[in-house]
Design a protein around this ligand. Structure first.
Ligand code: FES
Length: 134
């Protein structure tokens, strides 16, 4: 019989800060900037946005069906730039929190921590969120 050893990471593991884009790349209510992460061991698309001056990032995975929000590349805001909207069936999310605010979503988007400093936006790894290794 074969035994396997599983290593778990813990929430106390230190976070890394990784460069994502320049501040000027994120326009309030405009197109998202995509990036890739490993979430819970799986490679996933993610996106960063700016809303009311603040930068935010989420996994690009709708809580209705695990599909990316943007059928039109990087277009995640509704026409008014107020809500994040899934182009498949119209689920709407708060840009500030990722919470579901309308449509067929079941819960919110998975949030990714960002910081913005000296004109550069960084994303932060977490115990279940890693950078892709090449
Ligand atoms: S997959 Fe997003 S609303 Fe259905």
């Amino acid at each position: 019989m074969t035994q396997s050893i599983i290593h778990f990471t813990t929430p106390s593991e230190p976070s890394e800060r990784l460069p994502l884009c320049n501040s000027a790349d994120l326009i309030d209510g405009g197109l998202a900037v995509p990036f890739d992460v490993v979430h819970a061991g799986q490679t996933c698309r993610a996106f960063a946005i700016r809303f009311e001056g603040q930068v935010q990032a989420y996994l690009n995975r709708c809580s209705h069906v695990a599909m990316e929000l943007d059928l039109q590349e990087n277009k995640v805001f509704d026409r008014d730039g107020r809500w994040l909207v899934c182009s498949s069936h119209g689920a709407e999310y708060s840009p500030e929190t990722g919470d579901c605010v309308g449509g067929p979503c079941h819960g919110g988007l998975v949030k990714i921590a960002l910081t913005e400093e000296h004109g550069v936006v960084h994303w932060h790894t977490a115990y279940n969120l890693k950078a892709i290794e090449f």
